[in-house]
Design a protein around this ligand. Structure first.
Ligand code: TTJ
Length: 635
């Protein structure tokens, strides 16, 4: 029992300090960054440990609580981290995993360890980066407890009570000396936990926010696991199969789970996971899936004579409108690629491929009508692809012949040197009119955009190229698109999205970002895309006018203010006259611009296409919450 061991804690302390010092010196090396992303990695790391216990079959409930004081507590009903003494170390096993770098997993009896990428950094890293961490273990009829400060144990592991049950609970305070912010976002934590509940069928995961004024509680449990994931992704979509296809296969220690559905849309959404880690770069499991899908559909097409002998469908053709979730679990995953999110285990290719081939063949044989429907959908996709190629060709030719002069709505600037020029994309004709009047025509060009921008995620290429707003932007920017995007031809150094400061404005902005991200990614990568920040309020005190750009700014003003004033809330850009619009949102001396960085675009895109596309209420909530989060501040 640990309490019997006599230890000199001063000595211990020194050792531990040495051990975890590099983590506090270079936190980024261990958790990627010390921003909000890095902060949330701490939660993920702790939760992953509880998930490992669930995967081993010893735990069925995990609870995550953000407490009133901003700390985070994660608990499970597993066996509890071992409390026995490790003779060599003369310390409890818990203390070893919490203080030794890379000591994690040492005590795991097999199972599916999470490793690679930014996960699996080890508990000691979380401990080192927490100003306070408390661990409680219920085991052997006892309740054990130990506390750490910045990774340094404040005492040995002690029995502090009795317990009939077993489990582990860890509570930690992210260290304000390390992190830019220590405020956990409920939505971020919730999102990851919901995903984990989908990926581990039958596992109950609860999440609760106890912070004052934002109390929330949710519990996730999906009996059918990723079946429900794929189903949710197709919510509000017209689907091809009456029900999501779900297959599971075990082979030795490997588990493959697949959930597949098709909708009548054009996007391809395939999510792949290995040991619960989102393998964004794909890998062996994804390759196996794609190869088998193409083969099984072509084979069936030939056999049933739905396809002519000369007809062959490509992978892209057969995947149009697909929604699939592929989840594999394996004892020793290898993560490769730039972000370590590509599964390297080549045996998974054959295994996934076999499951897809066998099960889909069986399904097609039993449901010939559905199979034929799918094939004719793929033939349509093939034809549309051909049409898009032609549309693109035509567009290129006409752009060469007419140039950007063909865009009537454009009010171009006088200066023609791109590095001096900027273009405002303005929502609506009335705001466009004010912007034209108010601008500095020497270097500011205005392009008013009418109505909703086409969602490029939901339309085929030839449709996209048919859209007037998109044509206008392509012509005016001059840099070409997709593979041919060439920034040396860009006519404006700064492309500025100026939309209303409301939900619709944010929506239009995300649609624009999605378009840039999909069609002109270098534009985003090189930081040419900006978001204009119009004011939300105007306060007039006699002749003196002040603008406020957020509720917080207004509140701060109201708290110091005493005299009489008139308050106007702007609902849209159109409410400002041209002088006001210039002063508040376009004059480089006084305006605030947000520069969009790739990470943001990626995030916006991912959330937009993946989670938001099919769930309008979530989309709305996200846009409202993130309206200003989509860029980094840049004046
Ligand atoms: C390892 O193998 C022997 C029995 O205990 C296993 C173990 O480590 N189980 C374990 C760890 N269950 N739960 C955890 C855990 C739970 C939480 C909430 C947080 C952490 C860091 C670990």
């Amino acid at each position: 029992m640990p309490e019997k061991i006599q230890k000199n804690y001063d000595q211990e302390t020194i050792q531990v300090l040495e051990g975890l010092d590099p983590v506090r010196k270079r936190p980024g090396m261990y958790i990627g960054s010390t921003d909000e992303r890095g902060l949330h990695h701490l939660v993920t790391e702790i939760v992953d440990n509880a998930i490992d216990e669930a995967l081993a079959g010893f735990c069925d409930t995990i609870t995550v609580t953000i407490l009133e004081d901003g700390s985070c507590r994660v608990s499970d009903n597993g066996r509890g981290i071992p409390t026995g003494i490790i003779p060599k170390e003369n310390k409890s096993a818990v203390e070893v995993v919490l203080t030794k770098l890379h000591a994690g997993g040492k005590f795991g009896g097999g199972g599916y360890k999470i490793s690679g990428g930014l996960h699996g950094v080890g508990l000691s890293v979380v401990n080192a980066l927490s100003s306070l961490l408390e661990v409680e273990i219920r085991q052997n009829g006892n309740l054990y407890s130990q506390t750490y400060h910045k990774g340094i144990p404040q005492s040995e592991l002690k029995v502090i009570g009795k317990s009939e049950t077993t489990g582990t609970a860890v509570r930690f305070f992210p260290d304000g000396e390390i992190f830019e912010t220590t405020e956990l976002q409920f939505e971020t934590v919730r999102g990851r936990l919901k995903e984990l509940a989908y990926l581990n069928k039958g596992l109950t995961i609860s999440v609760e926010d106890k912070r004052e004024g934002r109390e929330k509680q949710e519990t996730f449990m999906f009996e059918g696991g990723i079946f429900h994931f794929a189903d949710a992704l197709n919510k509000n979509k017209e689907v091809i199969f009456p029900k999501v296809l779900y297959f599971e296969e075990k082979s030795g220690e490997n588990i493959v789970e697949l959930a597949v559905q098709f909708n009548t849309g054009y996007a391809e959404q395939i999510f792949t996971f290995a040991n619960n880690i989102n393998t964004q770069e794909g890998g062996a499991h994804l390759d196996g899936f794609k190869a088998a899908l193409t083969r099984v559909i072509n084979d069936y097409g030939q056999r049933s004579k739905t396809l002519k002998e000369s007809e062959k469908l490509s992978g892209e053709d057969v995947r149009e409108g697909i929604t699939a979730v592929i989840s594999v679990k394996l004892p020793e995953p290898q993560f490769e690629g730039q972000t370590k999110t590509k599964l390297g285990n080549s045996e998974m290719r054959a295994l996934v491929s076999k499951v897809v081939f066998e099960k889909l063949n069986e399904y097609f044989e039993e449901n010939p009508k559905i199979a034929k429907n799918l094939i004719s959908k793929s033939i349509n996709a093939q034809q549309a692809r051909e049409a898009a190629r032609k549309a693109r060709e035509t567009f290129r030719k006409s752009a060469l012949e007419h140039g950007f002069g063909a865009v009537e709505k454009l009010s171009d600037c006088i200066d023609k040197d791109p590095k001096n020029c900027e273009i405002y994309l303005v929502e609506g004709d009335s705001a466009g009119g004010s912007a034209k009047k108010g601008r500095d025509s020497k270097y500011q060009a205005i392009l008013p955009l009418r109505g909703k921008i086409l969602n490029v995620e939901k339309a085929r290429l030839h449709k996209i190229l048919d859209n007037k707003e998109i044509q206008a932007m392509l012509s005016v920017f001059g840099c070409g698109f997709k593979e041919e995007c060439d920034l040396s031809k860009l006519r404006y150094d700064r492309i500025i999205c100026m939309t209303d400061a409301d939900v619709d404005g944010s929506h239009i902005r995300i649609l624009l970002l999605t378009f840039f991200f999909r069609f002109m990614r270098p534009l985003v990568e090189e930081g040419h895309v900006y978001i204009a920040l119009p004011p939300l309020y105007k306060v007039s005190k006699g002749k003196e006018v002040t603008y406020f750009y957020s509720d917080a700014e207004l509140k701060a003003f109201q708290e110091t203010n005493t005299g009489k004033y008139e308050l106007q809330r702007y609902k849209g850009l159109g409410e400002m006259n041209h002088d006001q619009l210039y002063d508040t949102t376009m004059n480089p001396e006084t305006r605030t611009l947000l520069r969009v960085s790739l990470q943001d675009a990626e995030e916006a895109d991912e959330i937009f296409t993946v989670l938001m596309g099919e769930q309008p209420e979530l989309r709305r909530a996200f846009i409202e919450a993130n309206a200003t989060m989509i860029g980094e501040l840049d004046i």
